[in-house]
Design a protein around this ligand. Sequence first.
Ligand SMILES: [Zn+2]
Length: 60
Amino acid sequence: MAGSGSEEAPDRSGAADAADTARVRIGLSCPSCGSAHVAQVLGDNGGVSYVCTSCGHSWS
Ligand SMILES: [Zn+2]
């Protein structure tokens, strides 16, 4: 049988992934490359983090 696997897909991961590209340009600059293309993302602990869409640097 195919479909009786025990693989679970966490819903939080999908939600965070969707929010990753939801918000861009929030008035911040990347501390690494200085680009203004910064996306605001929600962290696992409920906090807010930022990801540079230009160089991929992430910080909070
Ligand atoms: Zn950057």
